[in-house]
Design a protein around this ligand. Structure first.
Ligand SMILES: Nc1ncnc2c1ncn2[C@@H]1O[C@H](COP(=O)(O)OP(=O)(O)OP(=O)(O)O)[C@@H](O)[C@H]1O
Length: 786
């Protein structure tokens, strides 16, 4: 074999690699550094020096800074998608390896130098991977064929001569890994040599370096090493490509354009900085703390925000049934697959992560609770990892706060199972939105700001909405949007959000949307969903499990045998014994009234509540009556806690309740929770614990409500409240209001308005629950609905 083939391999593998290093340094790293400096308004000028060693050091530091800023992407590519191998990742972030050694040496300056990644050690595979994944203005998507085939890339808009040269170099590396023959004539060698050199020189490698190799006589070991390196590197690339092809979807750029900057924020979108990893972690922590505060407790009694239960303790895993065929038109096919857990909703199937997930369910079946669980699961894990890492970090000296933050995501051996890695870990951010709270005609960033970020205390971090928005747009595949209550989003009120839900915008972001059944079919018709699942009715085992939680006993302590619930264990503890007996009696009551199989988590909670606080004989067995009874019970509790309970009862009956019911009636009709502060003394409702935290006040122009009937809130200044109420209870109040008025006068304008609303298809469905409650309470009113 002549030396021609190994020499060409050497030319590509050594000098070609150097050319790619130059490309990265000049076109990716330096461009990013300049952008950063621009954003900081030149506050931190780079020290300029012409000394080669200084320039080299500066380049190394820039590279390290750049890689640190992109670490969250590289971490994803390494940990979740396995596109980077460990030895490659270690080359990018070598600090961990050297840490012990560094601490021993305790020479800070030296430590920093050692911690810089050394680009000279990056081979063509790694270099080209970085170009492909981290290019600031890529002319093609990371998975496009153009990166591999120069002929396809040629002439594409945005392709520069330098990038074209880089693509050629990589192509030669692949070509020489599979040579048709290693023998070549001098003429062929010269032609290939000249062509390759042209691309390498284009990227700034001096001609003299190439000439030196050309005239050099290679010893056999070097020849072998050139050939071996080229083959190994190409093989590694081929493996990556195989994985890459499985996750094409994940890497598509996001077509959703940046919105115009919001007036409330100081910086414009153009000035939005990319989040550094430390900032990303700060953001995650802020959000995780907010979510824990907001969503880790679920209400026990409606209208009493103080009565809550810890979701971790009370949550039971309900059965989710996934439609095996989720395409349009097959929605109700009884082709279903039970899932083991909600985490399975996010599992990759056929090499694709689901991007649009819909969970449907009956009222009170646990949709909101499921979305709270997903959000708190993520938040708990972030907080746990952070706390864990922080305590580990405390022992390390010489480490900055930033360094500590950078290490958060190393799960340790002691991580409890509930906090171990799950399919949720693919999401760097989770953004929950309760659709009932979304006001009309807002852009998506405004919705995020109003519903999440305003309360997340981001000011001390310096992170702006624009920064987050930029992050979401650059990493849509790492963001999970949790949208609860699609049936509560008024149709046509929010084009931006509907566009996202219906998959025409932000296609690469994962969205899980929950909805009552009646709106699920509509959603299935409108959207290209990947997963449709339904919360199945509770099984006898679920009823047992949840009941045992309410009675504070172990589920294994009782059993269903010969058609009857009995205690299974013996205890000497008198209280425990009493609870065992009570739980069995309660479950037998459900069985006797045929409730056990049609009960929802909500009605089970209510039944249990009334059972534990009163005479079992009085526990109603129909849904409407049950809910009314709980409402009465909760008001009674409020009155009894007042200094003069009988006066309070009088006040509730005469003043508060009528207003409250009118407010809820309007809320269900208008599909939003708004009321006029001129109609209702909200201070009193607050002090009665009947409404919770005020979120905003909005004046509504009289023109907006022209044509509306007397008493419409649209004429006044309106207040929006955080509706923590359980919707079914609100619907039950609304039904009471209707029944009272309709029994007095069927021509009452409010009654007529309700009847008009339910003539439309949507009204019929949306107000279906209220209608059901009305007819259950007053069957004589059924003729009004005919
Ligand atoms: N998985 C669960 N584990 C324990 N309790 C649950 C669970 N799901 C629901 N519950 C109980 O049932 C109540 C009602 O559930 P939730 O509000 O989630 O229902 P929903 O389906 O969202 O109802 P709606 O359609 O009326 O909004 C919760 O407040 C909680 O007490």
């Amino acid at each position: 074999m002549s030396q021609y083939y190994p020499k060409l391999c050497g030319l590509v593998i050594d000098h070609g690699a150097q050319a790619l290093r130059n490309y990265i340094q000049n076109n990716i790293v330096d461009v990013w550094i300049q952008q950063q400096q621009g954003q900081q308004q030149q506050q931190q000028q780079q020290p300029s020096s012409n000394q080669p060693s200084q320039v080299l050091l500066q380049q190394q530091q820039n590279l390290q800074q750049f890689l640190q800023a992109k670490k969250y992407i590289l971490d994803q590519l390494y940990k979740n998608k396995k596109l980077l191998k460990k030895h490659q990742y270690d080359l990018l972030f070598p600090r961990q390896q050297n840490q012990q050694q560094q601490q021993q040496q305790q020479q800070k300056k030296q430590q920093q130098q050692q911690s810089n990644p050394n680009i000279a050690e990056f081979d063509i595979t790694l270099l080209f991977f970085l170009i492909r994944q981290l290019h600031p203005n890529p002319p093609f998507q990371p998975n496009s064929k153009e990166w591999d085939v120069p002929a396809m890339a040629k002439g594409k808009p945005g392709l520069t001569a330098d990038l074209e040269a880089a693509i050629h170099i990589k192509m030669y590396r692949n070509k020489f890994a599979h040579p048709k023959s290693t023998d070549m004539t001098q003429k062929d060698f010269e032609a290939s040599w000249a062509e390759i050199c042209q691309h390498i020189i284009q990227l700034g490698v001096p001609q003299c370096d190439l000439d030196a190799l050309k005239v050099k006589s290679l010893d056999p070991a070097l020849e072998r090493s050139f050939v071996e390196r080229i083959i190994t590197q190409e093989k590694e690339d081929a493996e990556i490509k195989a994985i890459l092809s499985q996750i094409l979807e994940l890497l598509k750029p996001n077509p959703f354009a940046l919105p115009p900057p919001l007036q409330t924020t100081e910086r414009t979108i153009n000035q939005a900085a990319e989040l550094t990893e430390a900032q990303l972690h700060q953001l995650q922590l802020k959000l995780a703390s907010l979510y824990q505060k907001r969503y880790s407790r679920i209400p026990v009694i409606p209208f009493d925000p103080k009565e809550t239960m810890d979701i971790e303790q009370i949550y039971i895993e309900l059965r989710l049934l996934k439609d095996a065929n989720s395409t349009l038109g097959h929605f109700f096919k009884p082709n279903i697959v039970p899932l083991n857990s909600y985490l399975d909703l996010f599992e990759i199937e056929n090499g694709k992560s689901p991007r649009r997930i819909v969970v449907r369910g009956e009222p009170g079946s646990g949709k909101t609770t499921l979305s709270m669980r997903i959000v708190t699961h993520w938040a708990n894990r972030i907080l746990y990892l952070y706390k864990n890492e922080q305590s580990q970090c405390q022992s390390k000296e010489n480490e900055t706060f930033k360094d500590k933050l950078l290490n958060i995501f190393k799960p340790s051996k002691d991580t409890p199972p509930s906090l171990q890695m799950t399919s949720l870990d693919q999401f760097l951010l989770i953004l929950p939105i309760y659709l009932r709270n979304v006001r009309e005609n807002m852009t998506f960033p405004e919705i995020l700001d109003e519903n999440i970020f305003q309360e997340a205390d981001l000011a001390p971090t310096g992170i702006t909405l624009q920064d987050i928005w930029q992050f979401i747009n650059s990493n849509p595949q790492s963001v999970l949007l949790v949208l609860d209550g699609y049936d509560e989003l008024k149709s046509g009120s929010n084009a931006d959000l509907e566009g996202i839900i219906q998959d025409s915008k932000m296609r690469d972001m994962t969205i899980i949307t929950t909805t009552r059944n009646w709106k699920a079919e509509y959603l299935a018709d409108k959207t290209k969903t990947d997963v449709h699942a339904e919360i199945a009715p509770m099984s006898r085992k679920h009823v047992q499990e949840l009941t045992c939680k309410y009675f504070s006993i172990l589920a294994t302590a009782i059993e269903f045998k010969h058609g009857c619930w009995r205690k299974q264990t013996f205890t000497k503890d008198i209280n425990e014994y009493a609870s065992l007996i009570a739980a069995c009696k309660f479950l037998n009551f459900l069985e006797a009234n045929s409730m056990a199989e049609k009960i929802t988590p909500l009605t089970l909670l209510y039944t249990c509540l009334l059972w534990q606080n009163g005479e079992e004989i009085h526990v109603p067995t129909t849904k409407a009556k049950l809910i009314s009874a709980v409402r009465e019970y909760s008001l009674l509790r409020y009155c009894e806690a007042q200094p003069d309970p009988s006066k309070a009862k009088e006040e509730v009956k005469k003043e508060i309740l009528p207003k409250l019911q009118k407010m809820f009636f309007d809320s269900v009709l208008e599909d939003k929770f708004v009321f006029s502060t001129e109609e209702i003394d909200d201070e009193r409702l607050f002090s009665a614990g009947l409404i919770t935290q005020e979120v905003r006040v909005k004046p509504i122009l009289p023109t907006l409500s022209s044509g509306e009937e007397e008493g419409q809130w649209g004429r006044y200044k309106c207040k929006y409240y955080e509706p923590v109420y359980l919707r079914t209870a609100v619907e039950s109040h609304a039904a009471d209001y209707f029944v009272q008025r309709a029994l007095q006068n069927s021509q009452d304008p409010h009654v007529q308005k309700f009847l008009r609303y339910i003539k439309s298809d949507e009204g019929k469905l949306r107000l279906g629950k209220v209608t059901e409650f009305i007819l259950e309470q007053a069957p004589s009113l059924s003729e009004l609905f005919e």
